[in-house]
Design a binder for this molecule. Structure first.
Ligand code: 3PY
Ligand code: MG
Length: 253
């Protein structure tokens, strides 16, 4: 497993975001020079079977796969790790209790309550002994709690204090909705930039990783300066559309 080791190098990593229910497309993203591929089961079209086929396809290219579960589906968090995903992103972690429940599903005792059975992960990651997987999994597999509401920001220090939470993942679209009390959605809202910077600095002070969803690639260097070390770069339809726009503009002169 490589995601944790790569994050420990303290350089910005960029993950693709797979929403099409296709392991071919996930493998295609993995073949692009992304550092990881995130498979989205919250808003993406992935089913369990397309997600589990995608982790195999992405690993075959030699890249780490991350799963975003739907809200509250902590059963899928444990299952994702059993299938060989290296990290799980849990949306709408709005309280310390939400963070605790997520961490419990992600970590083996004594840290949490993850149940034993990583047969597929052992096979996927190649010749790891069960005991060595058990002894390293709590550190090597990562739990990212999404911070995307005012309630989450109010509970942030408590969320970051959970031993089983390895990092936070900012969802700027939902955060913009919550921040404006439902007035609109604007993930690049200028008023949010200080809040987003503060989340990264509090995460780093707590010794946790800070990650963020970037709707615009131009925002990634700024996120890196704030202390973020993992950024999701839009989505597969977004990449398709941006590539098509460039190619069609060239074709039409
Ligand atoms: C958000 O911006 O709310 C997200 O969840 C990003 O995927
Ligand atoms: Mg969101």
């Amino acid at each position: 497993m490589q995601l944790r080791d790569n994050l420990d190098q303290d350089k910005m990593l960029i993950t693709a975001w797979s929403t099409s229910a296709s392991s071919d497309m996930a493998a295609g993203l993995a073949r692009c020079p992304f550092d990881a591929v995130t498979v989205d089961m919250q808003h993406g079209a992935h089913s369990e079977s397309s997600a589990f086929a995608s982790v195999q396809a992405v690993a075959a290219v030699g890249k780490p796969a991350i799963l975003r579960i739907p809200v509250g589906r902590n059963d899928l968090a444990s299952r994702a790790l059993d299938m060989g995903f290296e990290a799980v992103i849990a949306p709408m972690i709005n309280s310390v209790a939400d963070a605790e429940a997520f961490a419990n599903a992600m970590k083996y005792p004594p840290l949490g309550e993850r149940s034993w059975g990583p047969t597929k992960a052992l096979h996927l990651h190649g010749s790891v002994s069960p005991d060595s997987y058990f002894k390293t999994a709590n550190r090597q597999t990562l739990a990212f709690a999404m911070i995307e509401t005012r309630a989450a920001i109010a509970a942030l220090d408590g969320i970051l204090a959970q031993d089983g939470i390895d990092g936070v993942f900012v969802g700027p679209s939902d955060l913009s909705i919550s921040w404006t009390d439902g007035a609109g959605v604007d993930p690049r809202n200028a008023a949010l930039q200080d809040v987003i910077a503060d989340i990264a600095s509090r995460a780093r002070d707590a010794g946790k990783f800070a990650a963020v969803f970037a709707v615009d690639p131009a925002d990634v260097p700024g996120f890196a300066r704030m202390g973020y070390r993992l950024a999701a770069l839009n989505t597969d339809p977004g990449i398709l559309q941006a590539g098509a726009a460039v190619m069609l503009a060239q074709a039409k002169g």
